[in-house]
Design a protein around this ligand. Structure first.
Ligand code: PLP
Ligand code: COI
Length: 354
């Protein structure tokens, strides 16, 4: 694929790494390409970062035709810039496209777009351990008509944000509210793909939780309102009486790449990992009788994030005295070690960009 590059004539000053936060600052350029039914994808280009112009009837503005991905570019101590399992993100984005009737992207073209863009923006990949250049590929339907139908035009973009930790708590345990009113997804819906609407619909519960000091919501299944699904921006895992339990992929949960990687690392560490249904009653019972030893979330932005407290129906429960547990710490160390090049990549998960 040919990618036309137009460089900015006003490069930005880099932000101090201790002030990065998540997703607040953006690099100098962005990748764009356009799709038209009958013609396919074309006009791949990297241009200076800036506002885009949309027709007021553009499909995405009315019917939420949007999907996205999230992955990171890491800098190792030796100066290598690398990605973590990028083909997994590429394939998941195409699965999302399939569900949302958006056009798929050739995997090699997608990888080329990512690597060309990251190489151009390499100065924006921060140096400190735990910081990275967060990459956000996304696609939206862009027909200029109000009819509800499969789109004939779409836009694919990648933007990049030098970022630190997702939660202000960093690696310190976060507080999670178990939501019993709103639901995020049901089987047959869009919960298993990464579309913007999933997140828009979860904001109300998130706001309610945030008002009482909770970082995110833990969703229950939409049919029985009983089984644990996932957290707003990450999958969730528990250590209950020695067993590692994570909700099985029922069709309403995002199949997280970090989740999949954690399962592999945990099995390698010798733990029994059960992907199964876990009811909120079982969780509360384990919290009450001290059998819940650890809980953590896992996702690209959040990495491995210990959970120190749950709230369910007005009652608060501490996990492991509000401290990070040994398994959570070991997982965090292993994954971040591989990502930032401090540990051997024995699984072959690293893709070197430059
Ligand atoms: N679940 C949801 C709803 C998410 O938004 C994310 C983040 O991408 C995850 C889980 C974790 O997925 P991954 O590990 O692929 O980033
Ligand atoms: C990610 O972890 O990359 C995500 O996409 C989560 C996001 C909603 C902040």
């Amino acid at each position: 694929m040919e990618i036309k590059i137009t460089k900015t004539d006003s490069p930005k000053k880099l932000i101090a790494e201790n002030e990065l936060g998540f997703g607040q600052f953006f690099s100098d350029h962005m990748f764009i390409m356009d799709y038209e039914a009958g013609k396919g994808w074309g006009n791949a280009r990297i241009v200076p970062f800036g506002n885009i112009s949309l027709h007021p009837a553009s499909t995405v503005l009315h019917y939420g035709s949007e999907i996205f991905e999230g992955l990171k570019a890491y800098r190792t101590e030796s100066g290598e810039i690398r990605l973590f399992r990028p083909m997994e993100n590429i394939r998941r984005m195409n699965d999302s496209a399939d569900r949302m009737c958006l056009p798929k992207i050739n995997e090699e073209d997608f990888l080329q777009a990512l690597t060309t863009f990251v190489e151009l923006e390499k100065d924006f990949v921060p140096y400190s351990f735990g910081t990275s250049l967060y990459l956000r590929p996304y696609m939206f339907g862009n027909d200029e008509t109000l009819g509800v139908h499969t789109v004939k035009r779409a836009t694919f973009m990648i933007i990049a944000s030098p970022s630190g930790s997702y939660y202000k708590e960093g690696i310190n345990p976060v507080k999670i509210m178990i939501e019993s009113e709103d639901v995020r997804a049901v089987k047959g819906g869009t919960g298993a793909v990464k579309c913007g609407g999933n997140y828009a619909a979860s904001n109300r519960a998130g706001e309610k939780a945030s008002k009482v000091g909770y970082s995110q919501v833990l969703w229950l299944d939409g049919v029985h309102r009983k089984y644990i699904e996932e957290v707003g921006a990450m999958n969730v895992m528990f250590k209950i009486n020695g067993e590692i339990v994570t909700p099985m992929l029922t069709g309403s949960i995002l199949p997280g790449i970090t989740r999949k990687s954690c399962i592999e690392v945990l099995k390698d560490m010798g733990y029994k990992v059960s992907e199964r249904l876990l009811s909120v009653d079982e969780l509360v019972e384990a919290l009450e009788n001290g059998k819940l030893e650890e809980a953590w979330g896992c996702g690209t932005a959040a990495v491995v994030s210990p959970i120190g407290r749950f709230c369910y129906e007005g009652k608060e429960y501490d996990v492991n005295g509000g401290k990070i547990g040994a398994v959570t710490q070991a997982l965090y160390d292993t994954l971040t070690g591989i990502q930032w090049g401090k540990k051997d990549d024995k699984y072959g998960w690293i893709y070197k960009v430059c």
